[in-house]
Design a protein around this ligand. Structure first.
Ligand code: FES
Ligand code: FES
Length: 162
């Protein structure tokens, strides 16, 4: 399969890559860029484990062709926070116990980030709707909803800066 050259922004950094034209965005992220936060679960758009943000929207990277990222801005979980200064969502997920095995967590946090970027003060119902494409087998979801609300509140109070 022919290699295609792509220019895109990855976590704020202008990046050039080459990828086979039939590969999906998840392959580009994990195998070409070496960013292992996005996970493959179902591979069919059902679980949300592969969620990343592309031009401001949360997308299932298993359903997007890598070549569709040409010229776009990609944010993966590696682009949020640092170990010594986590993103408010990352901190809230830890504080609320919204992480157990962690397999769903990068996708959950990126879906939540896309929501809060668009709607900084969502209701519980709006959070549930925005996160409905992200499945979690461990936490029962309530802690995840609370974590998103907590991050939203702390950012609104100006305690946290993105
Ligand atoms: S791996 Fe992409 S939605 Fe499940
Ligand atoms: S924490 Fe295990 S799948 Fe969500």
């Amino acid at each position: 399969m022919a290699l295609i050259a792509l220019d895109l922004t990855v976590n704020g950094k202008q990046t050039q890559v080459q990828v086979e034209e039939d590969k999906n965005l998840l392959y580009l992220i994990r195998e070409v860029l070496g960013l292992k936060g996005a996970k493959e679960g179902c591979g069919e758009g059902d679980c949300g484990a592969c969620t990343v943000i592309l031009d401001g929207k949360a997308v299932n990277s298993c359903l997007v062709l890598a070549v569709q990222a040409q010229g776009k801005e990609l944010v993966t979980i590696e682009g949020l926070g640092r170990p010594d200064n986590p993103h408010p969502l990352q901190r809230a997920f830890v504080e609320e116990g919204a992480i157990q095995c962690g397999y769903c967590t990068p996708g959950m946090i990126l879906s939540a980030k896309a929501l809060l970027d668009y709607n900084p003060s969502p209701t519980g119902s709006e959070i549930r709707t925005a996160m409905s494409g992200n499945l979690c087998r461990c936490t029962g979801y309530q802690k995840i909803i609370r974590a998103v609300q907590k991050a939203s509140n702390s950012m609104a109070e100006g305690k946290e800066v993105l």
